[in-house]
Design a protein around this ligand. Structure first.
Ligand code: ADP
Length: 453
């Protein structure tokens, strides 16, 4: 590009220079011609006066000094010529300047010489006796003039060319510099030519687009990796959680099989096997509920449901377990209609109540409160059990997370209950809030939008 601009500038500069030179030469040539013509006219008038007074004697010993002087008789014959033998001269009456002089007293003309290297200027004046005196002087033609000035003109051309080269190089460099200095990483921060602003704007928007696509790609990749990781962890957790009850089952079954158990111990052993099987069943059930939710639970429909009814049903279902644990489970509230997926809403209520009973002490209470509002229905499950330490509160909704105490105390569970609650609440667009402190029980509040998500 620099080269192209350089060549164009050089061409323009040099063309302009040559044209100017030609024009100036032309003007000068014309100017000097006119001066020469005026001078010739004056010389002719002077010489005419000389001939008028001196007649033919005027020419005796005349030094024409570069002029050619011709005296033409009335018949056109040459009476005197400073250059050639006047006898051999052709009749001059037909010459333009002579004809003009005869008619008007004075005539002037010019003609190119046969070789074209010279131009002859003529001036003729009529004398009082009807003869004509003519002066001629040679003038260089433009070509001769140019040839004469050859060396000077050539050096001017060389200097102009050199100057054009230097200037064109500098200018082309200066024109291209802002383009070379463009910061393409930050297109909009460039000053310089406003002509390329649209280009830079386009570049900027494309870069942004690319960046956005890149970010999106990175995000997708991160999500994919995360999902992959979660899947791996999930599989590992499932196998781990299944192993414990399976060991229990196979251990007691083996003892029974080998007849190593006294008949009176058989029933408690069978009970252990039953509990292990129950735990495995619960785990499988929770995994299936979760994977159903993971797949989007698309087959589940929002229906007109009543959360109060669901809470009462859950309490009734849990009554035997509560009684066994010595926990009082109460439901408070009134009819609370809402649009919800019944099976998921039931899961939320049931799992929270079950935890309230499970993680409690004999003589403890679990209060379920259902409060219908103008746009929402609020479910609160409060217990006065051991509470949840603050550092565990952010983890309890994670899959397979179980508090240390829950594991230590051998409270049966899968660690999936609250993650199902969280997922099911998300499907409903419901918010979960937890207030708890060690030794002060726990209160879970789920706020459902009344008209479904
Ligand atoms: P699981 O009950 O099967 O262990 P969850 O996901 O329901 O699994 O609960 C995760 C953990 O949260 C429990 O192991 C327990 O430590 C803690 N937790 C849940 N609910 C309560 C509660 N009401 N009081 C005290 N701790 C609770």
């Amino acid at each position: 590009m620099t080269k192209k601009i350089f060549r164009s500038l050089l061409l323009v500069a040099f063309t302009v220079f040559l044209c100017s030179l030609t024009l100036i030469m032309g003007v000068l040539y014309d100017y000097f011609s006119r001066i020469q013509q005026t001078q010739l006219r004056m010389q002719t008038q002077l010489a005419a006066q000389g001939v008028e007074t001196g007649g033919a004697d005027y020419f005796d010993g005349l030094d024409a000094q570069g002029f050619r002087i011709t005296w033409i008789g009335r018949d056109g014959g040459v009476l005197y010529d400073s250059d050639a033998d006047s006898v051999r001269m052709a009749n001059h009456l037909e010459r333009e300047e002579v004809r003009e002089a005869l008619m008007s007293g004075f005539g002037q003309s010019h003609r190119l010489s046969a070789t074209l290297t010279e131009r002859m200027l003529y001036a003729a004046q009529r004398l009082s006796d009807g003869t004509v005196l003519r002066l001629a002087i040679a003038q260089s033609s433009v070509l001769t003039m140019l040839l004469g000035m050859g060396q000077g003109v050539a050096s001017v051309i060389v200097i102009a060319l050199a100057l054009s080269v230097v200037l064109a190089r500098r200018l082309s460099g200066r024109i291209v510099k802002p383009l070379n200095e463009l910061d393409l990483d930050r297109p909009l921060e460039n000053g310089g030519y406003e002509e390329i602003a649209p280009l830079l704007r386009r570049l900027d928007s494309q870069q942004r687009q690319l960046q956005a696509q890149n970010n999106q790609l990175l995000l997708e990749m991160a999500e994919k990796t995360q999902a992959e990781q979660a899947r791996r962890e999930f599989t590992a957790n499932v196998s781990h959680e299944l192993k414990t009850p399976l060991h229990v089952i196979s251990g007691y079954a083996e003892l029974l099989q080998n007849g190593m158990v006294k008949p009176e111990d058989a029933a408690p052993f069978a009970g252990k096997i039953y509990d292990g099987a129950q735990q495995m069943g619960k785990l499988l059930e929770d995994i299936m509920r979760l994977s159903h939710l993971d797949e989007g639970a698309r087959d589940m429909q929002f229906e007109d449901t009543d959360l109060y009814e669901l809470a009462r049903a859950a309490a009734a279902e849990l009554a035997p377990a509560a009684e066994k644990a010595g926990v009082t489970l109460t439901v408070e509230g009134r009819a609370a209609p809402l649009r919800a997926i019944p099976v998921l809403a039931r899961s939320i209520v049931f799992d929270l109540c079950e935890n309230g009973v499970k993680y409690n002490r004999p003589g403890g209470t679990v209060e379920v409160k259902v409060e219908p509002g103008p746009d929402t229905v609020r479910l609160t499950v409060t217990d006065d059990g051991p509470g949840i330490p603050l550092d565990q509160q952010e983890h309890i909704f994670e899959r397979f997370y179980r508090g240390d105490k829950s594991r230590g105390k051998d409270i049966p569970g899968t660690g999936l209950g609250l993650s199902i609650v969280k997922h099911a609440a998300q499907v409903h667009g419901a918010a979960i809030d937890l207030k708890s402190a060690p030794g002060q029980g726990a209160a879970f509040t789920v706020t459902f939008p009344k008209n479904g998500k």
